[in-house]
Design a binder for this molecule. Structure first.
Ligand code: PXP
Length: 241
């Protein structure tokens, strides 16, 4: 059954706007879990713009569902993951000047570097997911690294402005999922998913988990975390009124 990973980075974004102690992303994670989140995701960025190292350690101790650590493919991050031992790691590309993760990891162009990180982490018992565009070349490369999972980047789908463009992007997500499943990869997806566009992605056969952050946090500010998470689960299953 399809699951929801709630990304709590932007609770930390609000906290860091004032360099203070609230709102607390750990409390947000607990409330999200109470409301039915199946996993909690946090991205420790190299510039520490939102989530801090302490948050990662506290999340590891408190999350009762599963904890997905998103991080760049760097030695610093691999060492941190080996120490913290999240339930799984998602490797993402990272550029300091970007507002958010803008594209998928170019696995095919850095296969040795990514394979090394995957082998190191999985060798320590931490399954790895690679955040990639729905591109057949990248899927084959992800498989070649021996990663357990991929997370398909849904940004192009989310940003499509016309019905036909949206249809085209959805088809490429479907084809990418089928190809990955065929190769034995497990498939997650995320980025830019909202209450209004999530349902068609949630319907893709074999999709395992959707990782959603901004849209849930935006709603949580207005209606509260628990309601926002509950409503996202309803939207995933086509039951949001
Ligand atoms: N998945 C990955 C790999 C991401 O980097 C992000 C953004 O941090 C998300 C999912 C969630 O994206 P959004 O905040 O747009 O829901």
């Amino acid at each position: 059954m399809l699951t929801l990973g709630v990304n709590i980075d932007h609770v930390a974004t609000v906290r860091q706007a004032r360099q203070t102690v609230e709102p607390n992303p750990i409390a947000a994670a607990l409330l999200a879990e109470l409301a039915g989140a199946d996993g909690i995701t946090a991205h420790l960025r190299e510039d520490r713009r939102h989530i801090q190292d302490r948050d990662i350690r506290l999340l590891r101790q408190t999350v009762r569902t599963h904890f997905n650590l998103e991080m760049a493919v760097t030695e610093e991050m691999v060492n941190l993951a080996l120490e913290v031992k999240p339930d799984y790691v998602t490797l993402v590309p990272e550029r300091r000047e970007e507002v958010t993760t803008e594209g998928g990891l170019a696995v095919a162009h850095q296969i040795d570097r990514v394979s090394y990180a995957v082998t190191t982490l999985q060798g320590a018992g931490i399954p790895v997911s690679l955040f990639i565009d729905p591109d057949l070349l990248q899927i084959q490369a992800a498989h070649d690294t021996s990663a357990c999972f991929i997370e398909l980047h849904t940004g192009r789908y989310a940003e499509a402005r016309s019905e036909s463009a949206r249809h085209h992007e959805l088809e490429s997500l479907k084809n990418a999922t089928a190809k990955a499943l065929n190769l034995g990869l497990r498939v997650n997806a995320g980025h830019g998913l909202t209450y209004w566009n999530v349902y068609p992605v949630a319907q893709i056969p074999g999709m395992e988990e959707l990782n959603i952050g901004h849209s849930i946090m935006a709603r949580a500010i207005l209606v509260g975390m628990e309601r926002a998470v509950r409503e996202m689960k309803q939207a995933m299953f086509g039951a949001l009124g």
